[in-house]
Design a protein around this ligand. Structure first.
Ligand code: HEM
Length: 157
């Protein structure tokens, strides 16, 4: 981790970080936006993942549902990632020492790669509640909710 220390120190002395830390309200507002992105992202993923599992919106083909939810999923992702970077600027040295933050970043990188490769291929495949569909849905839920739990864990550890 010491490899990353100069980067965290650079963020800590940047004007954006100083500005957020000096403000009494900015961090709270950014965190609120982070949670709006979280709702959009995890909400749309949940509907899609349950469909892959054969629960919920089963009258619609999984590939069509994935296409309909795409705008919510991608905008939720953009909002949560953008606000996440700002939150990072708001407390870099605390995050440097946080095991939860490390777990969160590893899970996040894994979830992003998975989402745009294997998961996306699985939802485009032939429509059925196959074992592959179910597996794709479970892995997606575990990864993204893992990111969320680790995010919540930053406040404690
Ligand atoms: C660039 C990516 C991201 C960064 C840098 C980031 C950073 C942060 C930071 C610094 C906090 C505040 C932690 C604290 O002091 O308590 C936080 C909170 C949180 N983040 Fe993220 N985050 C990112 C993406 C995500 C994603 C993708 C999710 C969910 C799938 C997520 C879920 C959460 C949750 C649930 C909280 C706790 C909110 C609360 O306790 O009020 N974050 N994040």
């Amino acid at each position: 981790m010491t490899f990353f220390l100069p980067f965290f120190r650079w963020v800590n002395t940047s004007s954006l970080s100083l500005e957020i830390r000096a403000s009494t309200w900015q961090f709270a507002v950014i965190e609120m936006v982070h949670l709006i992105g979280l709702t959009m992202l995890l909400g749309s993923l949940m509907v899609l993942d349950l469909r892959l599992f054969g629960i919920g919106n089963v009258r619609q083909r999984a590939a069509d549902l994935a296409r309909d939810l795409r705008v919510w999923l991608l905008s939720g992702m953009a909002i949560i990632l953008g606000s996440g970077v700002l939150l990072f600027f708001g407390e870099p040295m605390k995050l440097y020492g946080s095991p939860s933050f490390r777990v969160k970043m590893i899970l996040l990188a894994t979830a992003l790669i998975y989402q745009f490769t294997l998961f996306s291929r699985a939802t485009k495949g032939k429509d059925s509640s196959s074992a592959l569909h179910k597996l794709a849905g479970v892995v997606s839920l575990v990864l993204w909710f893992g990111v969320g739990l680790a995010g919540r864990g930053i406040g404690f550890l």
